[in-house]
Design a protein around this ligand. Structure first.
Ligand SMILES: *Cc1c(COP(=O)(O)O)cnc(C)c1O
Length: 840
């Protein structure tokens, strides 16, 4: 790999066309259709060939064509319009500016860290949903004017390109990416490229340049180690691939992303005069080291001690967890982490034992990046309601003893960026859902027909690449039918997503595909992680099934799933299929993109679909939740899937009225567009993050920084005091005033008020350090309480150890109660934050 020394466009554009360069430098073109169409109009074939990269397009276009365009008034007019539109977009402050003008207290900047960003297929720095989400997050922030600053890595070969061998086995190749003008370097005031450094074991220093991608109003900083300063080839390759290499490379990448990322932000703000972020959002655990670098800054730069610095960092940090799959949790051998993090290395001055404690988990030999994320972020969330609940169960051990609904992990359901994902035929002047039946159906037909063309083109290419001769593949010209119900399934291929569930009963699937009057056609795509041979076996099985001459005109697996293919699929498929093993799909977003185009979801009730399925916007595949045997469970769920396709989905699609439209189908499509559209929109997600997480985090951080961090020191001292005293805190006795005693047989009349009294030993703490409550609820079989209400208890005047509360028995049936003590401090978000709890 050679260091990229220059970022130059090879063509010199005629002066009439220089606005093209202005347009391509800001990736807003990736979701602004008129600008994309303008690029495509330069040379449609070249545009497709260069994966929609305008820089490469201009390098590929002939001088004659440029000469023609220079004199094409209509083209010049479109160019001028596009430029004006971009300039107007960048100049206006958007929704955020209105909020600020209305006096809302909002952060001045938010840093958003992610190991991958999917903004456009021309910049393939993503492997799947996590990266696409990060891209959509930046785009929605741009549209709303939210001051987000993205931070990631630049991978020279991105993820991999997927091909197929003759037998269907996945082949990987790693293109060398030269995105040139899509990025620019961060330079200091003197014009020299800024270099970020990070000390690694063995006395080595890793250097990285900072590449800036403009995403509308938002900037994205990508750190890149492919620079001459790294004379060691291995160091230079640190960021060569996304999720490549072994643990050493992975931890070096994550240190660069987190620690180097913060250093890049400091350099960027210094050079550009941009405000420093008040909130740091880590999208999944990989960027968790950012919090440690901020601790280092505060201890070595501001003179805070570790504990006060930790509180400042926590207050301003939001952590989002993205997977309930245990194997998906990012962990390192503790010894490896220690080698990279020991005192004189990446984070000089930060005590190693404190770092290791922050990443500790049940296995003492491991360092857990998710645990680090929760411990460094005062606020955290999962990515759908169900995933929030699953995460509270999964990470409950970090807050031992607390009931699950008090485990402080919330949820913000993901969303998708509509302008990126709505296909051209579904764009309407008003709402597509308001179109009359004829027109709505016509648009769905046009989208499907465009997809069929694309499927034929891609299948032809794939078969040629797999060694078939042109003479053997004439049938491809007529494969798939623009009038047949089209089902899509495209996503990464980890085992829990069950790519091959539909192959459980191959005969039944064949019958569905080949039904004489109500046929179905299925298009599949997805990459398996290069190290996952199990996933590659699934792809091979799918490809071999689709190779069968009896069904190959109705089912196909397209290689090299990426954003460009995805847009065709979401726009053209009538049904979007998802059959994960519940509840392992954290959210899932492809179905949302399909819904924005009027596609109907046919899905297991997992992730987003669990909360948004309403009976009318698609179908829920029943799950065999309690069934332990995985083969049996697959069999039951596959049978339910076939059943739905045969007796619910196809009848609705093929029923036609006198005008030839499918009335029941269109009712569902219209309902989906109208009702799901706003709920799955990424701007809804961004507003949720702002209201529930970013704005509160900015306020917490601001409070702790006041008076030269006096509040941070006060909070850290209080926490230390509380932790030290906690082993001595105890509830000595609990009684109900009067004759009633726990265990009395005689029922109490509804509406009775009881006084609960407890003697509490505060272990030397002040009354103001604790919260004493009566928990009232229903006794459950295991002896705990369910459906609990907490009633605050107050000190009985004159008796500092006795607390009292009055409880109203306003529910029928058996009731139980207990008394609990938790820490209290105004800077804590709730009773569970410190994970300390004493009960009677
Ligand atoms: C949306 C998207 C994904 C994520 O899909 P899921 O349903 O969340 O698995 C993956 N890859 C691409 C290219 C996408 O556009």
């Amino acid at each position: 790999m050679k260091a990229i020394a220059q970022f130059v466009v090879r063509v010199s554009l005629p002066p009439e066309l220089t606005d093209l360069q202005h347009l391509m430098r800001n990736l807003r073109w990736s979701w602004h259709r008129p600008t994309r169409d303008l690029f495509a109009a330069i040379d449609q074939q070249a545009w497709d060939r260069v994966r929609h990269n305008p820089v490469e397009l201009l390098a590929a276009v002939t001088a004659e064509r440029l000469e023609q365009l220079r004199r094409d008034d209509a083209f010049l007019q479109r160019l001028a319009d596009a430029r004006r539109d971009l300039d107007d977009y960048l100049a206006s402050g958007g929704w955020y500016a209105e909020q600020l003008a209305a006096g809302e207290q909002l952060p001045q900047a938010i840093a958003y860290f992610s190991p991958e960003f999917g903004i456009t297929e021309a910049l393939p720095q993503y492997s799947g949903g996590l990266g696409i989400l990060a891209g959509d997050h930046l785009k929605a922030a741009s549209d709303l004017g939210v001051p987000v600053l993205g931070v990631g890595l630049f991978y020279h070969s991105g993820y991999f390109s997927q091909g197929l061998a003759a037998d269907g086995w996945q082949l990987e190749s790693y293109p060398d990416l030269h995105p040139r003008l899509l990025l620019r370097r961060l330079r200091d005031a003197g014009g020299d490229p800024v270099l970020i450094s990070l000390d690694l074991p063995g006395g080595r220093t890793l250097w990285a340049q900072v590449l800036i991608v403009e995403v509308g109003r938002v900037s994205l900083l990508l750190l890149d180690t492919n620079v001459p300063a790294n004379t060691d080839e291995a160091l230079r390759r640190t960021t060569d691939r996304l999720y490549g290499g072994g643990p050493e490379q992975r931890i070096a990448q994550e240190l660069l992303l987190g620690v180097g990322g913060v250093r890049a932000i400091r350099a960027y703000c210094a050079v550009t005069g941009s405000p420093q972020p008040e909130v740091y959002h880590t999208n999944e655990g990989h960027a968790g080291f950012q919090g440690l670098e901020r601790i280092r800054e505060l201890t070595t730069g501001e003179g805070l001690d570790f504990d006060a610095a930790l509180q400042v960092v926590r207050a301003g940090t939001v952590f989002t967890t993205h997977t309930p799959v245990p194997a998906g949790i990012d962990r390192f051998e503790k010894s490896l982490a220690a080698r990279f993090l020991t005192e004189d290395r990446a984070l000089p001055g930060v005590p190693l034992d404190r770092i290791l404690e922050l990443g500790s988990e049940s296995d003492p030999a491991m360092f857990n990046m998710a645990h680090l994320g929760f411990r460094l972020g005062q606020r955290s969330n999962g990515v759908s309601r169900l995933h929030g609940q699953v995460s509270r169960e999964m990470f409950a051990s970090l807050w031992p003893g607390f009931p699950l609904d008090e485990v402080p992990i919330g949820s913000v359901t993901n969303g998708v960026h509509a302008p990126t994902w709505v296909g051209r035929h579904m764009l309407a002047d008003g709402l597509a859902s308001d179109l009359p039946d004829d027109e709505l159906w016509q648009r769905r037909n046009l989208s499907r027909a465009a997809l069929v063309e694309e499927i034929r083109r891609r299948t032809r290419e794939s078969l040629l690449a797999r060694g078939r001769s042109p003479a053997e593949i004439g049938w491809v010209d007529a494969m798939f039918d623009p009038d047949v119900l089209t089902v899509g399934f495209a996503r990464r291929v980890p085992s829990y997503k069950r790519l091959t569930l539909m192959l459980r009963d191959p005969e039944r699937l064949r019958a569905i595909l080949l039904h004489p009057t109500r046929p179905v056609q299925i298009v599949l795509a997805g990459k398996s992680h290069p190290a996952d041979d199990g996933g590659k076996e699934l792809i091979k099985a799918m490809v071999q099934f689709a190779d069968d001459p009896a069904v190959r005109h109705r089912i196909t697996f397209l290689p090299d799933y990426d954003m460009a293919m995805a847009r065709f699929l979401y726009a053209g498929c009538d049904v979007w299929l998802n059959n994960p093993l519940r509840p392992l799909e954290a959210c899932g977003t492809s179905g949302m993109k399909s819904a924005l185009n009027g596609g109907l979801n046919l899905s297991i009730r997992d992730g987003w679909w669990d909360e948004m399925y309403d009976g009318e916007n698609g179908w829920a595949i029943p799950t065999a939740d309690g069934v332990e045997d995985p083969a049996r469970r697959d069999e039951l769920e596959a049978a339910a899937l076939y059943q739905l396709l045969e007796s619910a989905v196809t009848p609705d699609f093929y029923e036609r009225d006198a005008a030839g439209n499918p009335p029941r189908w269109l009712r569902r499509v219209r309902h989906t567009l109208r009702d799901l559209g706003p709920k799955v929109d990424a701007t809804r997600m961004l507003r949720d993050y702002l209201r529930d997480l970013y704005a509160p985090a900015a306020r917490s951080g601001e409070v702790l920084r006041r008076d030269e961090y006096a509040a941070a020191t006060g909070l850290a001292d209080a926490i230390t005091r509380i932790r030290n005293a906690w082993p001595n805190v105890a509830v000595r006795s609990v009684e109900v005033a009067g004759d009633r005693q726990p265990g009395d047989e005689e029922p109490v009349a509804l509406g009775t008020a009881l006084t609960v009294r407890a003697v509490v030993d505060l272990g030397g703490l002040d009354a103001s350090d604790v919260r004493v409550e009566t928990a009232v609820g229903r006794p459950s079989a295991d002896g705990s309480l369910e459906d609990v209400d907490y009633v605050p208890m107050s000190v009985v005047p004159g008796d500092l150890a006795t607390y009292e509360a009055q409880i109203d028995l306003d529910r029928q049936g058996p009731m139980g109660y207990t008394v609990r003590v938790t820490p209290r401090h105004e800077a804590l978000t709730g009773p569970a934050e410190l994970g300390l709890l004493v009960t009677a």
